[in-house]
Design a protein around this ligand. Structure first.
Ligand code: FPP
Length: 242
């Protein structure tokens, strides 16, 4: 990623501030090419860079990517360890360039279950990029929406909050990060499910799904999603022009 790749194209009237992406279809992408599933995940990692660069061009400020869910532990052990290794290698290989390009990395999810070395790498990536503000790349890894709500509730109880003082805003502050809610959720690979992704935060998000597998979801595909987003009328439960 080079810095001249960055810039704001201003192609759309309304650009989502925060996009959540369910990066599905890596396995099928690999299978269709006679490759092992992990080759699909590697291609998926490469695609994150492409979409991150394009997001910056459009002026998107937060990307939350679903990289490993709390349910993914049930996959074959080789695939689980492969995904863990891939995150470690990606941090090792890409961190400096991400930092140079102003990317701030956040992690959403539980650390329990992740090996100590990878935990250290994740913390390092977060600390190393903490001052950056071009775009936030929030990596949902060992993440589940229900787990996040439970973790928030536990901390609220530990803090002894007065139940009467608990508001939706206050509750949001107990999520893994107090980011603005996603405006758009994109799911590749053709399914119409949220799969436990940002279930608290996505209450009013627009949803976009495409049959395209994640490694093939390129700049043109992102533009299509943004065009569709621009056609949606977001009412947030209200009646417009009553
Ligand atoms: C679903 O594809 C995708 C995942 C399980 C996670 C996505 C992971 C990556 C892009 C790589 C890991 C990320 C980082 C940051 C290291 P699938 O395997 O369910 O595809 P399928 O439905 O075709 O089988």
């Amino acid at each position: 990623m080079s810095s001249e790749d960055y810039g704001d194209d201003n192609l759309f009237q309304s650009v989502p501030h925060h996009i959540g992406i369910i990066m599905d279809g890596n396995g099928r992408w690999a299978q269709a090419r006679g490759l092992p599933r992990l080759a699909g995940h590697q291609a998926g990692v490469d695609n994150i860079k492409r979409i991150l660069e394009e997001s910056v061009r459009h002026g998107i400020k937060v990307l939350t990517i679903y990289a490993f869910s709390t349910e993914n532990w049930h996959r074959p052990p080789d695939e689980v360890s492969g995904l863990m290794r891939l995150l470690g290698l990606t941090i090792q290989r890409q961190l400096k360039e991400l930092d140079r390009n102003g990317v701030r990395i956040l992690h959403s999810g539980r650390m329990d279950g992740i090996n100590r070395h990878l935990q250290k790498q994740i913390r390092h990536a977060v600390e190393f990029t903490a001052q950056n503000d071009t775009i936030i790349l929030n990596v949902a890894f060992n993440y589940g929406g229900r787990a996040e709500i439970l973790d928030a509730t536990r901390r609220i109880i530990e803090d002894g909050l007065d139940p009467a003082a608990l508001t939706e805003e206050r509750f949001s502050q107990y999520m893994y990060h107090d980011l603005p809610d996603p405006d758009l959720i994109i799911r590749t690979g053709g399914e119409w499910r949220l799969s436990n992704f940002l279930i608290w935060q996505a209450a009013y998000a627009e949803y976009y799904t495409t049959p395209t597998y994640w490694p093939d979801f390129d700049e043109t595909e992102l533009r299509k999603a943004l065009e569709e987003f621009n056609l949606r009328e977001r009412r947030f439960g209200r009646v417009l022009n009553p």
